[in-house]
Design a protein around this ligand. Structure first.
Ligand code: IMP
Length: 433
């Protein structure tokens, strides 16, 4: 018996995964991050306290064991800050950090910005946290890993080599750039010392935990459409931000990944660049952005918003093998009438069979919509009350909207969410390990 559940965002990230990782973490023994780094922003509201994590697995408020696995890239400074913040809230920290996760250095962040500038129209609008350049170094096999970080005698020669190469590269863009290598070395040696107690061989650890019957929850960062291999290239991130990344990013064999839960937000949002076929630019966009608090957790950027695009989500359901869907932020559509769902795209007057993955094709597609009646705005207390009463208490147009998503995706809806609080979740079908 393999007790594993994965929570995946099916769009461009920010679908509200953190809330459901927190919900499912109550039944989990271990919560695992397996992709991305501090480009992620996971918000959890628990018992009136708002937690914002960039790296820390979202089970931390519940004091669950968290593993940052090998598929992640780690900015040690950010991780240490998150550990400190949790300590200040009197939380016990049960963190494990993979010795084979890659480390983000200051020159990665600088290169992220410089490369973006030189990409022009092909820039993804990155978070400038050094994510892409760190994964590039991993693929080029000169990146430094957590194991190197915690062993100063290994860190020094490797860092010297990498620094020389990166400095030459940065100087092509900016001849005046110079920092002191010794300063970086001392700073990172210090981070290594502080992180050492958390470091493990995470693949061995997680497989042993599974064998011992532990429940493991995998928490994806970003969303399926931002995935490097099966997303909207080049306007995505540099990791497999979907279920396909779990095995490579943890060392858990594919056949041991049991349940895949896809998170679908009631509308679409996107940060960064690239065509967004269902994007809205009118008053509705402003309303959704405000009601859904659509501002980046990491960068604070206002997110682009638009109608729900079930055509690209269907693609995500296919590649992730989604078992059940959770719909989030339904309350954020309140007071908007009518509302729309994109069901397919047309290209040169012809309906497409499948989401066309190539950005150059997507740019020329026209979204085809189904129109729905909206629901009225309510106070927070009213939404809370409705959540308490259950599904039948939802406004009828909302129930029709949910039912239509279920039919259009041909999938089961396990839960719906009408507010950020744990109590604002309506369970249609519970999810168990
Ligand atoms: P990077 O991951 O910082 O390299 O950014 C690449 C693209 O992914 C940009 O369009 C970012 O806005 C987007 N992105 C990265 N992380 C997130 C996230 O957590 N939520 C939503 N978009 C993200």
């Amino acid at each position: 018996m393999n007790n594993t559940i994965a929570v995946i965002g099916l769009s461009w990230g920010d679908e509200g995964k953190g809330k459901f990782v927190d919900y499912l973490a109550q039944k989990a023994d271990i919560v695992v991050r397996y992709n991305g780094g501090n480009n992620a922003g996971h918000t959890i509201v628990a018992n009136g306290v708002k937690y914002k994590f960039k790296l820390m697995p979202s089970g931390a408020p519940l004091e669950k064991e968290g593993v940052i696995a090998n598929g992640c890239v780690v900015d040690p400074k950010v991780l240490l800050e998150e550990i400190e913040n949790l300590k200040k809230l009197n939380k016990n920290i049960y963190l494990k950090l993979s010795s084979t996760a890659h480390v983000i250095f200051p020159f990665h962040r600088i290169l992220d910005g410089l490369e973006e500038e030189s990409k022009g129209n092909y820039a993804a609008g990155t978070t400038k946290r050094g994510i892409g350049p760190t994964y590039s170094d991993k693929a080029a096999r000169w990146g430094l890993r957590v194991f190197d970080l915690i062993n100063p005698e290994i860190l020094k020669p490797k860092l010297e080599k990498l620094f020389k190469i990166k400095k030459e590269l940065i100087n092509i863009y900016d001849p005046s750039w110079s920092v002191n290598l010794d300063t970086i070395y001392e700073e990172y040696k210090n981070y290594g010392e502080q992180l050492k107690p958390y470091v493990i061989d995470s693949a061995y650890y997680l497989n042993k935990a599974l064998d011992a019957g532990k429940n493991i929850l995998f928490e994806a960062a970003q969303g399926s459409l931002l995935g490097i291999d099966h997303g909207y290239y080049p306007y995505g991130t540099s990791s497999n931000a979907n279920a396909l990344g779990i095995s490579a990013g943890t060392g858990i064999p594919p056949k041991k990944i049991n349940k895949i839960i896809g998170i679908v937000k009631a509308y679409t949002s996107r940060v960064g660049e690239g065509k967004f076929p269902t994007e809205l630019f009118n008053d509705n966009a402003d309303k959704i952005r405000e009601q859904g608090h659509e501002y980046g957790t990491v960068t604070g950027r206002p997110r682009r918003v638009g109608w729900l695009d079930l055509f690209n989500i269907k693609y995500g359901i296919m590649i992730n093998g989604v078992d059940k869907v959770i719909i989030t932020l339904l309350d954020a559509l309140e007071g908007i009438n009518p509302i729309k769902i994109c069901t397919t795209y047309e290209l040169n007057g012809k309906k497409l069979e499948s989401w066309p993955i190539q950005s150059e094709i997507i740019e020329n597609c026209v979204p085809i919509y189904k129109t729905f009646e909206g629901w009225e705005a309510k106070s927070r207390d009213e939404w809370l009350n409705i959540a308490k009463k259950g599904y039948d208490a939802l406004p009828e147009p909302m129930r029709i909207y949910i039912q239509s998503i279920k039919e259009l995706l041909n999938t089961d809806i396990a839960m719906v969410s009408i507010g950020p609080d744990r109590r604002e979740t309506i369970v249609l079908e519970d999810i168990n390990f």
